[in-house]
Design a protein around this ligand. Structure first.
Ligand code: SAM
Length: 321
């Protein structure tokens, strides 16, 4: 499974149509833009000169937003392709889709809270580290509320669908570290502008939540190390303190890892004395059968067992076990 708009089996035009379908009801502007790109010979020709992995709608639209200082429409995108082709190419080649959604912490939190405390947490594919700050945010699960350790941090709202083992407090974090191919620095204004550009226009609440989470992270920045989850995880895990439950987790990451390498990653994690929590699109975790095709949410898997379904941006959670 790939993210909509990023399926190597599909043509570029088909990927943009799949992205348009995904954006329907969330971002009318990007739905219209992706639909227009799918029929635009000039923009498709421009994309055809990029490596396949760099043709993604999310990357093109974020790069356009970055260069134009606002989300593009199709006329603006055509002008960029004609008049600023080199700049657009360079932006797409040097940057990545690294959307960091703090609200995913709300869907990870119950599983983390059920583990023996305190935790030593490693997030692979951590981007700017905003999903490493699970204990700093406050939470509201349909009226079941509790506060995190940073009183100024945003409140993350998540709807429990059915019974969920909700904690009454945030987990105790003894140590945390992130690993990413390209860590984004919360203190760097340009890195944070890129994160903002990755948001879709029209999605309510995400921009404000991102700004509040960045402010939270800046008060005590998380450490995100440069490295590859396939090769650098064991070294990082060696730095975790003893006396804490080591938990290795990731969300919205494995779809970016080539399918044959996902099994290699599973072997690396299983070789470490750690709890493994995965919050990913269905079918991307090696050795776990994909859920029925009508499941389009993320799937939470702990140590090989599917424990919950979660909306990809953290807005709801359905517990399965
Ligand atoms: C879509 S972002 C998700 C960020 C964060 N986990 C979240 O849920 O908000 C995916 C991140 O995975 C990182 N990534 C992709 N492949 C990776 C690899 N092989 N090793 C380390 N990080 C990787 C990307 O650089 C990017 O920052």
């Amino acid at each position: 499974m790939s993210f909509p708009g990023d399926d190597p089996q599909l043509s570029t035009a088909e990927n943009y149509r799949a992205f348009a379908a995904e954006a329907r009801g969330k971002s009318p502007r990007y739905e219209a833009l992706a639909t227009a790109v799918a029929d635009d010979a000039e923009i498709l020709n421009f994309l055809g000169h990029l490596p396949v992995a760099k043709r993604q709608p999310n990357l093109l639209f974020a790069a356009a937003c970055y260069l134009l200082d606002e989300p593009a429409d199709v006329a603006g995108l055509r002008r960029l392709v004609c008049d600023r082709r080199d700049e657009l190419t360079a932006t797409m080649l040097t940057r990545r889709t690294q959307t960091n959604e703090p609200a995913r912490c709300a869907t990870l939190l119950p599983a983390l809270s059920l583990l023996p405390q305190p935790l030593a947490m490693i997030e692979v594919g951590a981007s700017a580290g905003l999903t490493l700050l699970v204990d700093r945010y406050s939470y509201d699960y349909d009226g079941h509320r509790f506060s995190g350790t940073d009183p100024l941090a945003p409140v993350l709202s998540c709807q429990p669908r059915g019974p969920v083992p909700l904690p009454t407090r945030v987990p105790e974090v003894a140590w945390r570290a992130g690993l990413d191919l390209n860590p984004l620095d919360v203190r760097d204004a340009d890195d944070m502008r890129w994160l903002e550009c990755l948001l879709w226009p029209g999605e309510t609440g995400r921009r404000e939540r991102l700004a509040a989470a960045i402010a939270t992270a800046r008060r005590d920045p998380p450490r995100v190390y440069r490295g590859d989850l396939l090769t650098d995880l064991p070294d990082l895990a060696r730095h975790a303190p003893s006396g804490a439950t080591l938990v290795i987790y990731h969300s919205a990451v494995l779809a970016y890892v080539q399918p044959p390498l996902r099994g290699q990653f599973a072997e690396v994690v299983r070789s470490l004395d750690a709890t493994w929590i995965s919050n990913e699109a269905p079918g991307v975790v090696s050795g776990i059968p994909a859920p029925p095709p009508d499941i389009r949410s993320f799937v939470l898997i702990q140590d090989g067992r599917t424990i919950a379904l979660a909306e990809g941006h953290g807005t709801w959670l359905r517990w399965l076990s």
